[in-house]
Write a protein that binds this ligand. Structure first.
Ligand SMILES: Nc1ncnc2c1ncn2[C@@H]1O[C@H](COP(=O)(O)OP(=O)(O)OP(=O)(O)O)[C@@H](O)[C@H]1O
Ligand SMILES: [Mg+2]
Length: 222
């Protein structure tokens, strides 16, 4: 159970979408904001992030509990052998139990569409999307398929990031989310190994802004 509720926290959740190779994981790896968190928990079935990786439920649970008890900064990932909705629910339950309003926790979710559907967020995942802010939780949710994920995280996301999207249907959908024309999304340049392109919608009335970054070096500030 999350502890030390503090309703004063701002909503800082981020949603990232784009086709494979669009730069979602790299953007988070380069994002300086993430370095400010002393506690980072990651759903990372493909080992896209640097962390202590745990491959069993027991190992993940005990590593998180030990890390919290140590009082030191930690970055722990769950690398479930099968990325099933049941495993994800287990992960979210541990994250929910780990939240402490006295110290913000970054929660990175790789490929959300594999483990949730487009219905309302249920179980511990629903708890995280609706309530984690008050306990210092900041969700960074990634998906290649924006139309297949539950809408609550999109609605809650203060920051909405979109890289190259391949299908017209996805571009239309993301156009509404970002306040950017589908033609502008279609006109995004192709990525290379040293340059990725994206639109980022920040909190407030402004439309998303175009940006680029090198996935291999440098830090990104929001
Ligand atoms: N360590 C690296 N060395 C060289 N190129 C890299 C490296 N990491 C990422 N890239 C390049 O950066 C781009 C973005 O890759 P990234 O893995 O961030 O995409 P992604 O959106 O997370 O893809 P996926 O949905 O498949 O996980 C790709 O063009 C990739 O080749
Ligand atoms: Mg990735």
């Amino acid at each position: 159970m999350a502890i030390n509720q503090n309703p004063a926290y701002q909503a800082r959740h981020m949603f990232l979408c784009g086709t494979t190779g669009s730069g979602k994981s790299s953007f988070l790896r380069r994002l300086d904001l993430l370095e400010q968190f002393k506690r980072v928990l990651i759903w990372d079935p493909d080992r896209d992030h640097q962390a202590v990786h745990c491959t069993s439920q027991a190992q993940f649970k005990s590593t998180v509990m030990r890390s919290i008890a140590s009082g030191k900064p930690f970055r722990v990932a769950y690398e479930a052998t099968n990325a099933t909705p049941e495993e994800f629910e287990f992960f979210c339950g541990i994250v929910w139990a780990a939240l402490d309003g006295k110290e913000p926790t970054a929660i990175i979710i790789e490929e959300l569409a594999d483990v949730t559907d487009s219905g309302k967020g249920r179980g511990y995942w629903g708890q995280l999307t609706r309530k984690s802010r008050k306990y210092g939780g900041v969700i960074f949710a990634i998906s290649q398929r924006p139309q297949e994920i539950d809408k609550s995280i999109l609605n809650m996301a203060a920051y909405r990031w979109c890289g190259v999207v391949e299908t017209e249907a996805d571009r239309k959908y993301m156009s509404g989310v970002l306040s950017v024309k589908p033609e502008d999304l279609a006109a995004m340049p192709a990525n290379s190994s040293t340059l990725c392109h994206y639109y980022l919608k920040k909190p407030g009335p402004m439309a998303a802004q175009f940006g680029k970054f090198n996935p291999q070096r440098g830090r990104i500030s929001l």
